[in-house]
Design a protein around this ligand. Structure first.
Ligand SMILES: Cc1cc2nc3c(=O)[nH]c(=O)nc-3n(C[C@H](O)[C@H](O)[C@H](O)COP(=O)(O)OP(=O)(O)OC[C@H]3O[C@@H](n4cnc5c(N)ncnc54)[C@H](O)[C@@H]3O)c2cc1C
Length: 416
């Protein structure tokens, strides 16, 4: 008889595990607590801007091979779009200076040898000083590993690591930062082409996976929150969804728990999880971007960090945003709009806007919190963990989520 794997949580981690297991011959049943799949990576209709927006602007890079392979497996790789070359325009709002980082299209970081392609006013020696990140341990601090000041830091290292770690870089885990640098900057321009789900996160990364599963006869249930995991010996034997809604597992059935850390800790007492989180702030403004607007603009010297140009909309991201979580919304929108006007060269009154503050956007990528990330295997032989917060070796990212889902799925497949 075909064995069933129950996937708890329909975020990217759960969906990637589900698709891999479905392809591996298992029957898959996905159980999602909310009415929508996608978790922290989702789109929705926003009445304030009258647009479908994403909960956060998500940037992938062409070197995110697990994420791209997941998109390929659900037939939507072409929905991840970006410039042909790994070029990143930047603006410094304090000085008004603009420049473009051009990482080229090589598999090697040859761009650092070319003064015209690297960050203005930086020398080769500045880049060589970043080398210790490449072999740093996860317990080391970025601040103790590389210089956290100077032009290269302000204009490239800080924006890159802030976006990747979602903490102030000096307090971040040098090991996690090193993984990012190894897989992006050190892997040359080929691995650094920026990619965006232009038509929205849900339509590119989420809904096609749900549709594929359903069309192949697997089940995806919404508003189906797991309340208790029933165990017997070293196995999960029952899933209790409350109100008498229970599923008894047959021998050979398995469970992938792909929920956020707090939910995992409640369902699996004793499991180690990160306990501290950081916010990300996104703001969306309904306005036609200037015709020459870059799809992604790095912004330094202001409040805004990244500016994204979408059809009918300019959107921004501010990482490590806890300081902005309680700021009055209108005041925050005005401050962000002022930065956008300078960065994008637009003007005018505040257009229709929306601010999305994800308070627990990611776990805190510090050495202390990184040490609390568990692996995928558990004391229960048929229960596996997935999630961006599990020990993926990466900070909380789509790439890390897909890796975690793939790894949990592979462990299930290996039990056969
Ligand atoms: C604002 C923002 C911006 C980001 N930007 C980027 C970016 O630019 N690039 C990048 O790579 N990453 C980015 N990330 C990170 C990325 O979104 C996450 O790493 C990823 O979405 C995590 O997926 P997940 O499946 O591990 O967890 P989640 O998305 O949290 O999914 C867990 C799912 O489990 C469900 N659930 C919880 N409890 C239960 C239960 N008891 N029963 C059933 N279901 C349950 C939840 O409802 C949820 O759907 C960003 C995140 C945010 C919030």
């Amino acid at each position: 008889m075909q064995k069933t794997v129950h996937i708890i949580g329909a975020g990217i981690s759960g969906l990637s595990a589900a698709v891999r297991l479905a392809n591996g011959g298992y029957k898959v049943a996905v159980h999602e607590a909310t009415q929508q799949a996608g978790g922290r990576c989702r789109s929705y209709f926003d009445a304030a801007t009258n647009l479908t927006i994403d909960n956060g602007n998500h940037l992938l890079l062409s070197g995110n091979r697990h994420a791209l392979s997941y998109a390929r497996s659900i037939g939507t790789e072409a929905g991840l779009v970006g410039p042909a070359r790994a070029q990143f325009p930047f603006v410094d709002l304090a000085s008004g200076q603009r420049w473009q980082l051009d990482l080229g299209d090589s598999r090697l970081p040859l761009w650092v040898f070319d003064e015209a392609r690297r960050v203005p006013d930086t020398t080769l020696r500045d880049y060589l000083a970043l080398a210790p990140l490449a072999w740093a341990g996860t317990e080391a601090l970025v601040g103790n590993t590389i210089p956290c000041k100077g032009t290269l830091y302000d204009r490239l290292v800080q924006p890159l690591l802030l976006a990747a770690l979602n903490v102030d870089p000096p307090e971040g885990s040098a090991g996690l930062a090193g993984a990012i640098v190894r897989e992006t900057l050190l892997a040359g321009g080929q691995a650094c082409r920026p990619l965006i789900a232009r038509d929205g996160l849900s339509s590119v990364l989420i809904e096609p996976a749900v549709k594929l599963l359903q069309e192949r006869g697997h089940s995806v249930q919404f508003s189906h929150e797991l309340r208790t995991l029933g165990m017997s010996g070293d196995r999960v034997t029952e899933l209790d969804f409350g109100g008498g809604d229970k599923i008894t597992l047959a021998a050979g059935d398995a469970v992938v728990l792909a929920v956020p850390p707090r939910a995992a800790a409640a369902l699996l007492p004793g499991v180690k999880t990160p306990t501290k989180f950081r916010a990300i702030v996104n703001a969306h403004f309904r306005v036609d971007p200037p015709r020459d607007a870059a799809p992604i603009l790095g912004v330094v010297g202001g409040l805004v960090e990244w500016l994204f140009a979408f059809p009918q909309r300019l959107s921004i991201t501010i990482s490590n945003g806890d300081r902005l979580v309680d700021m009055p919304r209108e005041e925050l929108a005005q401050a962000i709009w002022r930065d956008i006007c300078k960065a994008a060269g637009v003007s005018g009154e505040l257009p229709p806007w929306q601010i999305v503050r994800e308070r627990r956007a990611t776990f805190e990528a510090t050495p202390e919190q990184n040490a609390l990330r568990p692996g995928a295997a558990t004391a229960q032989k048929n229960l596996f963990l997935a999630g961006d917060w599990t020990a993926t070796g990466l900070p909380a990212t789509i790439e890390g989520s897909v890796r975690s889902g793939d790894r949990a799925a592979d462990l299930v497949l290996a039990t056969r």
